[in-house]
Design a protein around this ligand. Structure first.
Ligand code: PRT
Ligand code: ZN
Length: 285
């Protein structure tokens, strides 16, 4: 039986979360995850450890069947692959930044300027789309120091907290692209590999749904139940169980992680007591 070959970043910002994702999907590896490639013990996958820059090409050529990497790299490499799933980690943006003492009048600022970047394709597409003629200086690392050493007037680089730009005397003026980790796939997977991918994606979605939701338990008097049910839509509707104390009930439901604090206040106001919020490990919808 053939295995699905998954390429992940060998070492860097995506490695830990990529490995964690596989582990959370219940995929176990015998010889640790620190070699060049390894086969899972309990699921038909083989993991290849590569530089993120090489992953799009390897997936296109089917050296790997699927790969995990940042959307920024997928667009920059522009290979013939499918984006299959967004994974929600390694969120960042690709932005233009200029020296902080300069005022920014709009995109016209960049006309005839020299911009340093490791993303020449995305940047030149962006300038073309906006009819800006500028010079692109391709450099592979430490882009943020280019203006300070006189190599360029501005930069186009990945930003997450913004502190790298700040410490290099730059300020962010345009966001070109928002990015997160994604799964890309070869366009011609065999039926057998497609089936493995489908069950891998099923597991990934269960893990992702679980992370986006919390399990909530609370106690409430009977009179408060209609109001509380309207605040807690849950997966279908809340589970309601009677307590020993007459007229009191325990309600169980699921709330979205990002709505969590607003819901908690609304629930307290509606008369809920003894609220417990519990992480969910897997959630199948
Ligand atoms: O060795 P290999 O080629 O595999 O790795 P790499 O060095 O090319 O990539 P790596 O590990 O640095 O990043 C991998 C992916 O992580 C990127 O392609 C992005 O999709 C994503 N990512 C998320 C980031 C960041 N956040 C990030 N902050 N990639 C880079 N940065 C850098 C950025 O280049 C800048 O130097 O961090 C600095 C900015 O961070 P802040 O927090 O100061 O704004
Ligand atoms: Zn890289």
């Amino acid at each position: 039986m053939s295995e699905l070959k998954i390429a992940i970043q060998k070492s860097g910002r995506l490695s830990e979360n990529s490995k964690k994702l596989l582990e959370e999907c219940g995929i176990k590896f015998s010889n640790g995850i620190s070699v060049l490639k390894t086969t899972a013990q309990n699921f038909p996958v083989e993991v290849l450890f590569l530089r993120d820059d090489d992953i799009p090409q390897y997936v296109e050529q089917q050296v790997a069947d699927i790969g995990i990497l940042g959307e920024n790299m997928v667009y920059e490499k522009n290979k013939d692959v499918n984006i299959i799933e967004q994974l929600g980690f390694a969120q960042c943006r690709l932005s233009l930044a200029i020296p902080k003492e300069e005022t920014y009048p709009g995109l016209g600022y960049f006309i005839n300027k020299k911009v340093a970047t490791s993303y020449p394709k995305i940047l030149s597409d962006f300038f073309k789309k906006n009819k800006i003629t500028a010079e692109i200086e391709e450099i592979s690392g430490s882009v943020e120091i280019a203006p300070g050493i006189g190599l360029a007037d501005a930069v186009c680089d990945i930003v997450s907290s913004g502190s790298t730009l700040l410490t290099n005397g730059l300020h962010e003026v345009e966001t070109i692209l928002k990015s997160q980790a994604v799964i890309i796939g070869n366009k011609n997977l065999s039926r057998e590999k497609q089936e493995i991918l489908t069950s891998f994606l099923f597991r990934i979605r269960a893990v992702k749904n679980a992370k986006e939701n919390k399990y909530i338990l609370l106690n409430a008097p009977e009179s408060a139940i209609p109001k509380i049910c309207s605040i807690l839509p849950g997966m279908k509707s809340p589970t309601i169980l009677p307590l020993v104390e007459k007229g009191w009930y325990s309600l169980h439901s699921v709330v979205k992680e990002d709505e969590f604090w607003i819901r908690i206040n609304q629930l307290k106001e509606a008369g809920a007591e003894g609220i417990l919020v519990i992480p969910i490990e897997k959630m199948i919808l």
